[in-house]
Design a protein around this ligand. Structure first.
Ligand code: M6R
Length: 592
């Protein structure tokens, strides 16, 4: 949530670079944006509601020569979406400027103290309180010390970046929210919430960890522990992603591009070192309780783990949403295995579950796409998902790749890894065939039929039940159509009352064992007037509209979710929504 980007170095077009970089971070928040650039002895701030502005439409003074600029794209937490609440935030005397990602949990108490001292606030944000806190400290201390003193008062998770009108440096600090330093040529530095902001300029990065700060000047990046102010020597890491995979290419939207990339992402996800997969499978076999933990779509992937392990390995594993983990931590011991699943590796609720589990000595093995994320660095071991950057808010390619890894693990836990691999290789090949233009058009036609409905339902059984829930998320988040997923057999216990003439009901048909049962459930819906959309390898009489998917036995949740991703995308387009930037959402949810 919220994107941060800053630059210091010899290039004199820092402001333009920061504005361009912010555009690649808009998936993190896009309700307002702003930039601060340093001139000789002053700072110019420009901020506005809406998406990051087009460079050629911005005031000329913003694009003058500057070698230091910071910018922010916001996902509102405290205070509505207004120009005043957009970042950066000035101090009253316009001496320093600050941008922030996260939540300053005790801001109200601190604000009250500052109000008593005569401070006047111009926004409703928690961020502005940090700026004032620093200003208060500047009365007695230098810039660095004032920032340090202020940070020590913040409770909660944050990433902050600050500049001073008389100092040629950027100070940044973090706890919980990501900040990455990019190391450019000729003594230049970038600082951002995520690497795509500077991938065009450098692949060399250094990570800021929790409770650390960095001081960036031209030619130097100094890292410190906030508590002790001990200097830390950071390792430079080279990122494997390239800037092209982080761009849309010929596609109109990242969401469609990422859906189509599933032609090859599955191959990459299953191309794992066998020793790693076997090691993790052994850890699952030897653990006293395995918990899969994730949020949103990743949470639904965790739920498929329960079904996949039960079906494939006859083994019980637990799944739990990150946000619900606090009530389960009583069962966690040093013999528990926690398997967090995440695309970003920055989801606050999942990170908090890891912290709780680590405290009691549980082992942490993450399945994570961003290999250099906070989650990856907090884990004892990771299985990389290897999908490359996923930028659309709606998760697609990473979801199917994560499920493929679960299938590998379940097979490996019964010493049948190669059997699992063969199944997944066949699945990947069939997906490759399936994702052709004719197939996509067939789903686009269905979208045309459904575009004016305000409600739809999705049913599944077994491992396709979590995919019914996931289908609902996909449809909700980009089409804004009310969609709900159910375990098919549960329908008759209540939700069937919602079915009226023509109510769309998507039926995710699973492998043979559950097929006749779900077709009976579909029949029950049709008998009450429902319009049945069957996602199935074979055509069945009960279907009003058939979307063919390949026959892949237990891997059916992987193939069944793909047409729903396409449907959700096209419904967004037909309803004039931007599928890459759905309202009220952000790609990485770094607040609780
Ligand atoms: O980065 P993560 O996988 O940890 O993100 C978890 C959820 O926030 C994410 O899956 C969210 O539900 C997606 N927008 C769904 O498409």
């Amino acid at each position: 949530m919220c994107g941060i980007f800053g630059y210091i170095g010899p290039k004199t077009n820092a402001a333009k670079m920061v504005i361009e970089g912010l555009k690649s971070l808009e998936y993190r928040g896009y309700d307002s944006w702003g930039i601060a650039l340093k001139t000789d002895n002053d700072i110019i701030v420009y901020k506005k509601t809406g998406k990051v502005g087009e460079i050629n439409k911005l005031p000329k003074n913003l694009l003058g020569k500057t070698e230091l600029a910071i910018g922010h794209t916001r996902w509102a937490t405290h205070g509505g979406v207004t120009n005043a609440n957009a970042h950066p935030h000035f101090t009253e005397n316009k001496e320093i400027v600050l941008i922030h990602n996260g939540i300053f949990e005790n801001y109200f108490e601190v604000k009250k103290q500052l109000l008593r001292k005569g401070h006047k606030f111009t926004s409703e944000t928690d961020t502005e309180v940090i700026a004032h806190l620093i200003q208060e400290n500047l009365k007695r201390h230098d810039f660095e010390q004032s920032v340090k003193n202020a940070i020590k008062k913040i409770e909660g998770r944050y990433a902050i970046v600050i500049i001073h009108k008389n100092e040629n440096k950027i100070i940044a600090a973090r706890r919980g929210s990501p900040l990455i330093v990019g190391v450019g040529k000729n003594g230049e530095y970038y600082i951002a919430s995520d690497v795509p902001a500077f991938l065009k300029y450098t692949k060399k990065v250094m990570y800021l960890d929790n409770d650390q700060m960095v001081i960036l000047s031209e030619n130097s990046a100094k890292f410190y522990e906030i508590k002790t102010h001990k200097e830390i020597h950071k390792k430079m890491i080279e990122i494997g992603w390239d800037s092209q995979t982080a761009e849309k290419g010929a596609y109109a939207h990242f969401m469609l591009k990422e859906i189509m990339e599933q032609k090859e992402t599955l191959y990459r996800a299953i191309n794992q070192d066998d020793r790693l997969i076997k090691k993790v499978a052994d850890a699952i076999n030897n653990a006293c309780g395995t918990y899969f933990v994730g949020c949103g779509t990743a949470g639904k992937v965790c739920l498929t783990a329960e079904y996949l392990f039960s079906e494939i390995a006859h083994k019980h594993v637990n799944s739990i949403f990150g946000s619900e983990f606090p009530t389960h931590h009583h069962f966690i011991t040093n013999k528990t295995l926690l398997i967090p699943i995440s695309q970003s590796g920055e989801t606050a609720d999942t990170l908090e579950a890891i912290e709780v589990a680590k405290e009691v000595g549980a082992k942490i093995i993450s399945i994570v796409n961003v290999e250099t994320s906070t989650m990856a660095r907090m884990s004892d071991l990771i299985i990389p998902v290897k999908c490359g950057p996923e930028k659309a808010v709606a998760s697609t390619k990473v979801t199917t790749a994560q499920m493929a890894i679960l299938i590998l693990l379940a097979y490996a836990s019964i010493e049948k890894l190669s059997e699992g691999k063969i199944l997944l290789l066949e699945t990947a090949e069939k997906i490759n065939d399936m994702l052709n233009p004719g197939y996509v058009m067939h789903i686009f036609k269905l979208a045309e039929k459904l575009k004016n409905f305000e409600s739809m339902y999705i049913i599944g059984r077994g491992a396709n039940y979590p995919m019914a829930l996931e289908s609902a998320i996909k449809l909700q988040e980009v089409s804004y159509i009310h969609a709900e997923g159910f375990a098919a057999g549960e329908l008759k216990h209540g939700p069937i009352a919602l079915i009226q003439k023509n109510t769309p009901c998507i039926v995710l048909v699973g492998e043979n064992g559950s097929k006749s049962a779900i077709l009976s459930n579909a029949m029950e819906v049709r008998a009450r007037g429902g319009y049945i959309i069957g996602v199935s390898p074979t055509h069945e009489e009960v279907f009003d509209y058939w979307i063919r998917v390949p026959e892949v036995s237990i891997a059916s949740p992987i193939v069944n979710i793909i047409p729903i991703q396409i449907l959700a995308y096209q419904l967004a387009i037909l309803r004039k929504n931007n599928p890459d930037m759905p309202r009220n959402l952000a790609k990485s949810v770094t607040v609780k």
